[in-house]
Design a binder for this molecule. Structure first.
Ligand code: SF4
Length: 690
């Protein structure tokens, strides 16, 4: 018999026990986990059936979490570089040796200018404690450069904030009651599995599901309709839907009058977007645009599950804004099963200042470096405009050599012999290959953490299920010990991880409930904007954003063409998007053998017409190239690709690909219209047999 533990197990626990935890990965579902532990070893990871959003079900990736935790290639000891940069040659050292040398090197650089040191981290773990608590205290105390953490969602988030006021929206569970669901820019089966289960419940209740995506994904195949538009044209489609709502008078005039701002301007803008014009721009039949508008206006309640795929293009912020305007036009927000959801994380009352202690900057205002443009940043010399040349990187919860755009520049930067690089990791990733020191970090099964979700509205607590494997230490502990060696003696560096978990929400979330159940539901109204009350400055849904206008930007949403729009280059006639391979999560899990075996090899999906025109057959190795670089992978002639668009599935580790590169060899460091985000899906290429 197994039992669910109220207190954490120690490594000496006998018999089978179950420990409550949280999935740490960059996924909206934030599942509640149950880890079975036998004799101090985690033997199984399952979904917690008591947590309604998880419902006892995990995706394939996390179901194999023990394989990852006890992986034979797990880094178990501190390692010091023993060969040229990037050679991947390391020697084992003690923690004392590693930390003493790292502290000395950082002290020496900081003595000249601490801004020459840059922390680089993202959502390798979504945990608030192992993400950025002691780590941010450390870098704030040091006065290091700040990192603009933009690599995933910042354009969409900014678009949402400028329209609805915050990262808020429908409660995911009420999609089950919707009668029309637009799944917009999301391969939910792969990247939002538990939403897909809710959408299936709606489908069983008679709902119509429409997928809007340039790729014919697994999700698109299972929806009633697929609108396969060109990449970067989502705002044009949304504006044409508005056009049809206006000319057919399918509007909720009362809701618009009471709860929106800027209607006259938006109306005028939308009337320029006839279905014919949108059809031309989006590359979808005009009748499909009209029919979608009719469905959206007449099938009620209608809900939109927007995801971050739409905003990885130049006009990503505008696209999110345009889509976010739609529910206010029809008054869909009046019903709890109507409205839209891009992200829910704005609903979580996290006390970030308490965790990160910006007061430790003590009045200093370090420069900020955008993580998207790390390739360029590493190449820059000291200057008045840039500040000091980067001399040290401390990387945790991220694998920038694989995931940052324009890889050849990123690699060149990491290969600088004069750059001192420390990487906290579980495995010897592409980034770790370039480290001077690799420090072994614990996995989620070995440390405390506390989580928010960007897909539901429950806080989830993670208890350690087993003792740290090998000599690994939690990120927090590594930064605590580094702080001590740097002479940072503020009491905040001594707070333990469970205290930090308590601190994350303070009294705003019942920590005793988290201890007892593993999760706690935020008290949020079922239909949060039924009576308006948007968290914008005006309290309304802001079709027109005064804040954007003050920045010199367009105050109304519009279609902003891609930097590299389809049909604008004779040399590079194919648009490339790089959605995630189904069994990977960003670059995590690529080294888990059973998952990599399912994926096989790096793939480029190409439509039969484009393949035939180039003499490419399924299974052939192809060369994908543009002015930024080239990448070899295997072609798959597939209906998943639309004509003129190829899908380079990511994000493979470079060293596990065919030629030591991955798809980011081709992507650019350009930034989005708002939010300073990346444009991974705004990329023209050509393909030829290798
Ligand atoms: S579905 Fe998402 S949150 Fe749930 S286990 Fe998988 S990666 Fe984690």
């Amino acid at each position: 018999m197994s039992s669910i533990l109220i207190s954490p197990v120690s490594s000496s626990t006998k018999g089978a026990t179950q420990v409550r935890g949280a999935c740490p990965h960059d996924c909206p579902d934030a599942c509640a986990l149950l880890t079975t532990v036998e004799n101090g070893v985690a033997t199984k990871v399952q979904g917690n059936p008591e947590h309604r959003h998880t419902d006892g079900v995990l995706c394939t990736k996390i179901s194999r979490y023990t394989e990852r935790t006890y992986h034979p290639e797990r880094i178990l000891h501190p390692l010091r570089r023993a060969g040229p940069k990037g050679s991947g040659q390391f020697e084992r050292v003690t923690w004392d040796e590693a930390l003493a040398d790292i502290a000395q090197r950082l002290r020496d650089i900081a003595a000249m200018d601490p801004q020459a040191i840059l922390p680089y981290s993202y959502c390798g773990t979504m945990g608030l404690v192992q993400g950025d608590s002691i780590a941010m205290r450390f870098f704030n105390r040091l006065g290091a450069s700040l990192l603009d953490r933009t690599i995933c969602s910042s354009a969409g988030v900014e678009g949402l904030v400028q329209t609805l006021g915050a990262k808020v929206g429908m409660k995911v569970e009420f999609f089950a009651e919707s009668k029309l669901i637009l799944i917009w820019g999301s391969n939910s089966i792969t990247s939002n599995l538990h939403f897909w289960r809710v959408a299936q419940a709606a489908k069983r209740n008679g709902a119509k599901l429409v997928c809007i995506d340039p790729r014919r994904t697994e999700t698109a195949e299972k929806c009633h309709e697929h609108i396969q538009l060109k990449p970067g044209t989502d705002a044009a489609l949304a504006l044409a839907l508005m056009h049809e709502l206006i000319v057919n008078d399918w509007l909720d005039h009362d809701y618009i009058a009471r709860h929106t701002l800027g209607w006259d301007g938006l109306r005028e803008r939308a009337l320029r977007w006839t279905p014919e014009r949108a059809s031309e721009v989006c590359g979808v039949p005009v009748e499909q645009v009209r029919a979608l508008a009719r469905d959206y206006a007449t099938i009620k309640p209608a809900a939109i599950r927007l995801n971050y795929g739409v905003q990885r293009v130049r006009g990503g912020g505008n696209a999110a804004r345009a889509v976010a305007c739609l529910p206010a036009l029809t008054g869909a927000w009046r019903n709890r099963a109507g409205g839209m959801l891009l992200g829910s994380s704005g609903a979580f009352p996290v006390d970030r200042p308490a965790l990160q202690r910006p007061d430790l900057l003590a009045g200093r205002a370090p420069r900020t470096i955008n993580m998207v443009a790390i390739g360029d940043a590493l190449a820059r010399d000291s200057s008045e405009q840039f500040g000091p040349k980067l001399q040290a990187l401390v990387v945790y919860n991220s694998n920038p050599v694989a995931v940052a755009p324009d890889s050849s520049k990123v690699v060149a930067g990491f290969a600088r012999e004069d750059l001192f690089t420390v990487v906290l990791e579980h495995f010897q990733t592409d980034t770790a290959d370039y480290a001077d020191y690799i420090l072994p970090a614990t996995t989620q099964l070995e440390h405390w953490d506390i989580h928010l979700s960007y897909g539901h509205t429950d806080v989830v607590l993670n208890r350690p299920a087993v003792a740290p494997v090998g000599e690994s230490k939690a990120n927090t502990q590594i930064f605590r010990e580094l702080a001590q060696r740097m002479g940072f003696d503020e009491p905040c560096f001594s707070e333990d991880d469970e205290s930090l978990c308590r601190l994350a929400y303070g009294s705003r979330v019942d920590y005793e409930e988290l201890l007892a159940r593993g999760f706690s539901t935020l008290p949020i109204a079922d239909a949060p904007f039924a009576q308006g009350g948007f968290p914008t400055p005006s309290g309304k849904c802001e079709f027109f954003s005064e804040r954007l206008a003050r920045q010199g930007l367009d105050g109304l949403p519009d279609h902003v063409p891609n930097y590299e729009a389809s049909g604008t280059s004779a040399r590079y006639p194919l648009a490339m998007i790089s959605p995630p391979a189904r069994n990977f999560l960003n670059s995590t899990f690529v080294n888990v053998r059973s998952l990599r075996d399912i994926e096989g090899e790096p793939l480029l999906e190409i439509h039969a017409e484009d393949a035939a025109a180039r003499g490419i057959t399924s299974g052939a190795v192809v060369r994908v190239f543009n002015d930024r670089g080239e990448y070899r992978c295997r072609a798959e002639v597939s209906q998943r690709a639309r004509p003129g668009v190829v899908n380079g599935l990511g994000v493979w580790w470079r060293k596990l690909g065919l030629d030591g590169t991955n798809v980011n060899q081709l992507t650019s460091q350009n930034l989005t219209d708002m939010g300073r985000g990346p444009v991974f899906y705004d990329c023209l290429v050509e393909v030829e047999p290798a």
